[in-house]
Write a protein that binds this ligand. Structure first.
Ligand SMILES: NC(=O)c1ccc[n+]([C@@H]2O[C@H](COP(=O)([O-])OP(=O)(O)OC[C@H]3O[C@@H](n4cnc5c(N)ncnc54)[C@H](OP(=O)(O)O)[C@@H]3O)[C@@H](O)[C@H]2O)c1
Length: 295
């Protein structure tokens, strides 16, 4: 199997590279602004570069986690971010078609409005922020011309990453420094270990699955409850975690509050399941203990 990971310098992409390497698959990965060893530079806004890179490598599958995933940035700069998120994603999708490669696009529970989560694949999307609208636009366009594509909706992803920007990393660092952190108690989601997202992605490609899958861990909880669980497992002071409501955070983009997703489809397709929060965090703690400068 030959796979290309577009956006391999990010949280999900780096684990896709690792998991495909563990499978013995031939792979290439790309970065944009964050160079990493062995990765190739690529800006998905440049359709010629995208076409040259993928046509030369001739992958069987193209994983596409590349996106401007900063939700507030998308709200503030809708046109600039659409160049990456919509046009860039479609540049990759358009090349996948003639190559006959399976495209795996990563979407989000932000395609829902957050009034009735956790959501199933059959629920109607109705995004309330620019990021969610961009995700839905790509989902819909891909489905019109790439019937074999996989659309994996993920959310609240955590795990080890070179850029250290995911919620668990930031929370641990803040609490280790003895600082307080304000965490929303009204944003409900499904925290998911990134290693499990990578494994599910590869298994779905091996199963030649297509269409929309919600790829999430077993627990649906608020950010605040998730933060308390992180503090408990990593032996950090929970009293430094201050619950706050989303309006108090004054974020640029509205958030779907009652979100999160159900995962019956991925479990029944793969006869395999992703870990819940306790198991996922314990795995992460073990992984971090192997690296000298981490918890
Ligand atoms: N993390 C979450 O909790 C979460 C939740 C729901 C959905 N998702 C979605 O899942 C996907 C992966 O998330 P993630 O957390 O791994 O994101 P991430 O860590 O922010 O990684 C994004 C990747 O996209 C690349 N990229 C950005 N602009 C690019 C451009 N113009 N051309 C080519 N590559 C570009 C980045 O490269 P550089 O870093 O080198 O610039 C990076 O490799 C994204 O689509 C995200 O929206 C994530």
């Amino acid at each position: 199997m030959k796979v290309a990971v577009i956006g391999a310098s990010g949280l999900v992409g780096s684990h896709l590279i690792e998991a495909s390497r563990d499978r013995g698959w031939d792979n290439i990965g790309t970065y944009h602004q964050f160079p990493q060893p062995e990765l190739l530079p690529l800006d998905i806004r440049n359709s010629q570069e995208v076409s040259d890179l993928l046509s030369n490598f001739q992958p069987n599958a193209i994983f596409l986690p590349a996106f401007c995933s900063n939700v507030d940035r998308c709200e503030k700069y809708p046109e600039e971010t659409a160049q990456i998120n919509v046009e860039g994603s479609l540049n990759v999708a358009r090349v996948a078609k003639p190559l006959g490669a399976k495209l795996v696009f990563y979407s989000s529970d932000y395609v829902f409005n957050g009034t009735a989560g956790p959501y199933a694949e059959t629920d109607s999307p109705n995004p309330i922020c620019v990021y969610g609208k961009q995700k839905l636009a790509v989902e819909q366009q891909i489905q019109t011309f790439l019937e074999t594509a996989l659309i994996l909706r993920i959310t609240v992803v955590y795990g080890n990453e070179a850029q250290g920007k995911n919620f668990v990393n930031r929370l641990i660092k803040t609490l280790q420094n003895g600082e307080t952190i304000r965490v929303p108690c009204d944003q409900i989601g499904s925290p998911t270990l990134v290693n499990d997202i990578a494994e599910a992605s590869l298994r779905l490609v091996e199963a030649n699955a297509s269409g929309i899958f919600h790829v999430v861990g077993s627990d649906v909880m608020s950010r605040y409850d998730f933060a308390l669980e992180i503090a408990r497992i990593f032996d950090l002071p929970a009293d430094k975690i201050i619950p706050i409501t989303t309006p108090e955070l004054k974020q640029a983009a509205p958030r779907p509050l009652l979100a999160g997703m159900t995962r019956d489809r991925v479990i029944s397709t793969l006869s395999w399941q992703l870990r819940g929060v306790k198991e996922g965090l314990e795995y992460l703690k073990q992984e971090r203990s192997k690296v000298s400068n981490m918890v």
